[in-house]
Design a protein around this ligand. Structure first.
Ligand code: ADP
Length: 337
């Protein structure tokens, strides 16, 4: 039979989270994570010296099975769950579980619900106000037409937001399901170029599909990739504009890594916005986004599709010169795993 770990220390080191053993009021053992958090010399120390956080210390002195939520270890606001488990006579196994990430995720979820409600409430308030006014008998025909048009535009906006939200939740639900279609990136890029042609034409933009290398095969989800390319092309048209040059959709390989790049010669994006661009509802220029039919979700959708393909989204931009959005696929992306 395989042997057990030689010492308690070996066992504790297997945990990524801070873990200690307290025996007769002293720290008898502490793993690396615990030493990094509480101090490198805590082993053998009295717990009153090793653990200064008052609630944590009280729980250790009580010596009973407990799980408490505390803050103030390794940072004033840093939240932890402290778990104490008595083992044998006068030994306590103490674990600290970092709740920072879970709390940040929960905050993001709450913010998202608040933002989505706000985004939907704004057009809805306009629609309901105008609909009410339309019910009055004395509204002149000209105004009636104007109100009806606004109701149409605002409902279309709500529909786009709802469609993008549904799309986002479908992509998120598929997050852990590997795409399994064998596809040619150059073929998808050509379809994306054709699909966006009517919008490009309306905005007097020229789209150039540049195939640096054909037969670039990857395993992916063709519908999702088409959606990602479409979102990037539509942004390039809406924010890039075609005044100073064409919008280019390039397919190629960077060493072993297949890539798709969308380049525009538009207004560009200031560096401070780049890290936040893929957040839901984040917009650089709110009025321009709304005015051009944007939902603020396009790049969040792209990011999720890119992550599902284990690819990387690289955004570079020079204000006043243009932007480059590159999706870089992993080298092994041509193979079914
Ligand atoms: P939206 O629906 O507002 O276009 P996105 O998530 O697609 O939302 O994009 C977020 C923001 O990023 C946009 O509001 C816009 O300010 C900026 N942006 C996206 N693509 C470009 C681009 N090619 N050029 C300049 N700004 C862009």
């Amino acid at each position: 039979m395989p042997s057990l770990p030689d010492t308690v220390d070996d066992l504790l080191e297997a945990f990524d989270q801070p873990v200690l053993v307290v025996r007769a009021g002293r720290v008898a053992a502490a793993n690396k994570a615990a030493r990094a958090l509480l101090g490198s010399a805590i082993v053998d120390r009295d717990i009153r010296v090793a653990m200064r956080q008052p609630q944590a210390l009280a729980a250790l002195l009580a010596g009973k099975k407990t799980d408490i939520e505390i803050a103030g270890i390794g940072g004033a606001e840093r939240p932890w769950t402290l778990s104490v488990r008595p083992i044998g006579d006068d030994n306590l196994l103490v674990r600290l579980h970092d709740r920072g990430e879970a709390i940040a995720a929960e905050r993001m979820r709450v913010d998202f619900v608040a933002n989505a409600s706000h985004e939907l409430r704004t057009p809805l308030a306009t629609i309901s106000g105008y609909a009410e006014t339309l019910g009055d008998d004395d509204v002149p025909d000209e105004l009636r037409k104007k109100f009806a048009t606004t109701i149409g535009t605002e409902s279309a906006r709500m529909l786009r937001i709802i469609e993008d939200l549904m799309s986002l939740s479908r992509i998120e639900a598929d997050r852990f399901r590997q795409p399994r279609e064998s596809i040619m990136l150059d073929r998808i890029a050509k379809i994306a170029g054709q699909q966006i042609a009517p919008l490009a034409e309306r905005r007097a933009c020229r789209i150039v599909v540049e195939i640096e290398q054909d037969q670039v095969a990857i395993v992916g989800d063709s519908a999702q990739l088409l959606q990602a390319f479409d979102n990037l092309l539509s942004n390039a048209i809406r924010y890039g504009g075609g005044e100073r040059g064409p919008i280019t959709l390039t397919v190629g390989k960077d060493g072993l890594r297949p890539f798709v790049r969308i380049t525009d010669c538009g207004r560009g994006i200031a560096a401070e916005h780049l890290p936040r661009l893929t957040e839901r509802f984040y917009r650089v220029d709110e009025a321009r986004s709304r005015g051009s039919g944007g939902t603020g979700l396009g790049l969040a959708i792209v990011k999720h599709i890119v992550e599902r393909h284990r690819a990387v989204l690289d955004i570079r931009s020079n204000p006043g010169i243009g932007s480059k959005f590159t999706i870089l696929f992993p080298p092994e992306s041509g193979r079914l795993s």
